[in-house]
Design a protein around this ligand. Structure first.
Ligand SMILES: O=C(CNCCc1c[nH]c2ccccc12)Nc1scc(-c2ccccc2)c1C(=O)NCc1ccccc1
Length: 332
């Protein structure tokens, strides 16, 4: 088996949404594929109408193949204080032609306002490790874990793009999507994330600094949250940049020319164009102040390498055979 699904960015590349078919007859929802979490949860007919604002809803009562997982519940919260919770069904899930017949579909009975306001996001499809799935009393597996044995290769890949649609592939590494070699690096899955060592960094006219730090490859987080001292050194190169204490984030004049940011994986070096780091207006009312795509990590002990970084490369999430899982990066 192998498959490919087109993923489309929301405004400012806030998130990338991918159509997923659930149930019989198929109900198509646009989900946020998230390598930083491990629950497949969806907006559902069980939500109070006040929590829904335009999202497509999964209605298990309209699917002849839906089965409730008796007594199972789930509850997830994220670093931005958003959260959701509910109950669990199993149903047919199809992503880009790859199907699993009894995937745990976690239906939301509660979602926080952050998700209610995100009108095109019908839920998340977790692609981190199943060890951090939140279903109780019996943990459920991610879609990737479930389809793994049927895939031609034990991999999925992310080809996210700046302000343009990209693709998520399962079971195949498409050579047309990258140039040069793929550099692989070992993954430490002990926290349930795709965690790896960033070999170092550089920017603008500074030389590359071999100062390794740990980070997770996280398609579900918009920005790149990096060690505070590195973020500080980067924005010191940007005239008028300052740490907005209220936001705890770096802002700068929108007409700033931002330096590229280079990160290392093994002996390879990858470039995030400065254009990607001039992320968006801080707020619509002030057209002169912009918000950075690189921000200090929130002291959680590792960097979160979100879409700002991932979209500059082709990324292979490799479950490995018996050996350890690994991440591959290539230029494109
Ligand atoms: O949760 C994910 C990936 N799914 C995000 C789904 C999602 C969460 N709001 C959404 C809103 C829309 C769409 C998807 C999502 N990644 C990880 S690993 C560690 C942390 C963390 C833990 C503690 C403190 C900080 C980070 C996060 C985190 O909270 N990121 C989101 C974020 C968001 C804003 C700022 C920082 C981190």
């Amino acid at each position: 088996d192998s498959g490919s699904a087109k993923t489309t960015p929301e405004k400012d590349d806030l998130e990338y949404l991918t159509p997923v078919s659930i149930g019989t007859p198929p109900q198509v929802l646009n989900l946020d594929f998230d390598s930083g979490s491990s629950d497949l949860w969806v907006f559902s007919s069980e939500l109070p109408q006040s929590s829904v604002s335009g999202q497509s809803l999964y209605d298990p009562s309209k699917s002849s193949t839906a089965e409730e997982v008796q007594g199972a519940t789930w509850n997830i919260s994220y670093g931005d204080q958003s959260s959701s919770n509910g109950i669990v069904y199993r149903d047919v899930v199809n992503v880009g032609g790859v199907e699993f017949k009894s995937q745990a579909v976690e239906i939301a009975t509660t979602v926080s306002s952050q998700f209610t306001r995100d009108t095109n996001n019908d839920g998340l499809l977790g692609l981190a490790f199943s060890s951090i799935n939140t279903v109780q009393p019996q943990q459920e597996k991610t879609f990737f874990d479930n389809i793994l044995s049927n895939l031609d290769a034990p991999v999925w890949t992310a080809d996210l793009k700046y302000h343009a649609p990209g693709t998520y592939d399962f079971g195949v590494i498409d050579k047309s999507k990258y140039t040069g070699d793929i550099t692989y690096t070992d993954v430490d899955q002990s926290d349930g994330f795709w965690m790896f060592d960033v070999a170092g960094y550089g920017f603008g006219n500074s030389t590359f600094k071999a100062a390794p730090f740990k980070g997770i490859a996280d398609t579900g987080t918009t920005l790149a949250m990096i060690p505070a001292e590195i973020a500080g050194a980067y924005y010191r190169q940007v005239k008028g940049a300052k740490l907005d204490s209220q936001q705890g984030a770096y802002v700068f004049p929108c007409d700033s020319v931002l330096p590229d940011f280079i990160f290392g994986v093994g002996n390879a070096r990858y470039t995030i164009p400065g254009k990607f780091i001039n992320y968006s207006l801080l707020d619509e009312s002030d057209p002169t102040t912009c918000f950075g795509g690189l921000q200090p990590d929130m002291g959680i002990g590792f960097a979160i390498l979100g879409d700002i970084l991932l979209k500059s490369t082709f990324v292979v999430f490799d479950a490995g055979t018996e050996s350890t899982p690994r991440l591959g990066f290539a230029k494109k």
